[in-house]
Design a protein around this ligand. Structure first.
Ligand code: NAP
Ligand code: MG
Length: 462
């Protein structure tokens, strides 16, 4: 695969400060497909300086012109859609069809939404005898994971640019090639030098240097809770704004009046998609005891159909982590009804679609984010019991409720401690705020709520 051997800083690809590189591996066959430079604190400093120098000019650029650059960026992503999809498939392992529709389709929609929002957002408002200006927060550090390589980047960079902020991006070490393609598209969209900068590298080196940099005003991070906690502490010490999008253990609540077969089938598909590497995945299915065995049977059949159709996990470490959780589920007494810990293929970081029944709310596989194709099915006695189980984790990112009557589902959803709930299979909405209650995070992405994260107010009194 095509790879740049430099960093995109101040409008050009520049040699890295050090000589270390990161191998990019195709998780489907374990072959090295490219190399990118491993950035150091020096690269990060160069990038932050460039972003700082470009800030005043970009912040003063009329929103309509920022909107025009974002529209050009969206068009550039559309033009490169096939190349990006092939790159996501190569470095993440997602089936090509999924890369085309979700990994590339969603970020194109999000980039387009911010072209529209930049043009129409009220960056100025009148409140009594004051004019309130919504001004860019400043230099943004964006630190992104590998699970949706382009979407996670666009969900931060597009609103930041729409707001008038400048950005330094540190993408995940496992998926840097997609990030390089994104940088090319930004360049071709005519975004001025220094407004967007890319430093590839390792989290504890480049990522940490970026989060700690005194000239960064906001750190926007998506990834694990463990690293998110560190980033929040660093940002707190430096009095920086912070946005965190962390893990989840979302509940798919199937009420007795629901269309059981549909709810189970959509629920299984939701967990298996992207090989379970989705922070908002409905990894806990909650079923009434009277329908429990029927639901388990439906889930077993649905999981079996996925057999060969899911991709590998992103790397060997993730595969071992997921297999460890499967062993733990068995050890804690859950009933394995599909899949298991055995490697389904000789090569590639694959895990079979796995379903556990008889999962109790206190089991590890009902509490911790597994980030693999593993579904836990739990039994509830009545609606209050279902609510207790649904709300009984440290997380609160997403969820689903199914019921025969929409109002019944909505009433349940309103009592869930979570940031998003899909009612009877509601579709993804790129304009709806996305983010977590409780330990799933701080702040919101997407739509105008996502834009507001990158703005601060200034009030003038008259
Ligand atoms: P991670 O380590 O939190 O990675 C997320 C990003 O943070 C990556 O760019 C990473 O760089 C960087 N990073 C790592 N350590 C850092 C540090 N000390 N300072 C600054 N940045 C740092 O996540 P992971 O190891 O890839 O995945 C582990 C688990 O996190 C998964 O199993 C899953 O449970 C969860 N996860 C959640 C999401 C989500 O969307 N909420 C996404 C991915 C993973 P490197 O790429 O070099 O590590
Ligand atoms: Mg990591």
């Amino acid at each position: 695969m095509k790879a740049h051997d430099g960093m995109y800083i101040d409008g050009a690809w520049r040699p890295a400060a050090g000589g270390d590189v990161i191998d990019v591996v195709n998780p489907a066959d374990e072959q090295v497909i490219g190399q990118v430079p491993a950035g150091t604190a020096l690269d990060v400093d160069n990038a932050v300086r460039a972003a700082r120098a470009a800030l005043a000019g970009w912040a003063a650029t009329p929103p309509a012109e920022r909107a025009a650059r974002l529209a050009a960026l969206r068009d550039g992503l559309v033009a490169r859609a096939e190349e990006i999809a092939e790159t996501v498939t190569a470095e993440l392992g997602a089936p090509l069809k999924l890369s085309q529709t979700v990994h590339v389709g969603a970020p194109i929609a999000v980039a387009g939404s911010y072209a529209d929002l930049a043009a129409t957002y009220a960056f100025e408002e009148r409140v009594g005898n004051s004019t309130v200006y919504h001004e860019p927060v400043g230099v943004v550090a964006a630190i992104t994971p590998w699970n949706y390589p382009l979407h996670q980047i666009v969900a931060k960079v597009a609103p930041a640019l729409a707001a008038g902020c400048t950005v330094v991006l540190k993408p995940a070490e496992d998926t840097p090639l997609t990030a390089q393609l994104f940088a090319e598209a930004v360049h071709e969209a005519g975004v001025p030098a220094g407004v967007f900068n890319l430093v590839t590298g390792l989290g504890p080196v480049a990522g940490q240097a970026l989060a700690e940099h005194p000239d960064v005003d906001l750190v926007s991070f998506t990834g694990s809770t463990a690293v998110g906690r560190q980033i929040a502490a660093i940002a707190g010490a430096g009095i920086k704004k912070v946005a965190l999008e962390l893990g989840g253990k979302s509940a798919n609540v199937i009420l007795p009046s629901a269309d059981l077969a549909r709810a189970v089938n959509v629920g299984v598909a939701n967990v298996m998609s992207n090989s379970g590497q989705t922070c908002s995945a409905w990894t806990r299915m909650l079923v009434h005891r009277d329908q429990y065995e029927e639901a388990v049977e439906l889930a077993r059949t649905a999981a079996a159909k996925y057999g060969d159709r899911i991709g590998p996990l992103v790397n060997a470490g993730q595969r071992e982590r997921v297999r460890g959780y499967i062993h733990k589920g068995v050890a804690e007494g859950a009933r394995l009804v599909a899949g298991g810990p055995e490697a389904p293929r000789e090569r590639g970081y694959y895990v079979s679609p796995t379903v556990f029944a008889d999962v109790r709310p206190d089991m590890t596989i009902a509490q911790e984010e597994i980030f693999g194709p593993v579904l836990s099915i739990l039994r509830y006695e009545d609606e209050e019991d279902a609510l207790r189980i649904a709300n009984g984790t440290v997380y609160g990112l997403a969820g689903a409720v199914w019921a025969g009557d929409e109002a019944e589902a909505v009433a349940f959803a309103r009592r869930m401690e979570t940031g998003q709930v899909d009612i009877n299979g509601g579709r993804f909405n790129p304009l709806a705020p996305f983010g977590g209650y409780k330990q799933s995070g701080v702040g919101r992405e997407l739509g105008h709520h996502g834009l507001a994260e990158y703005l601060q107010t200034k009030s003038l009194q008259f």
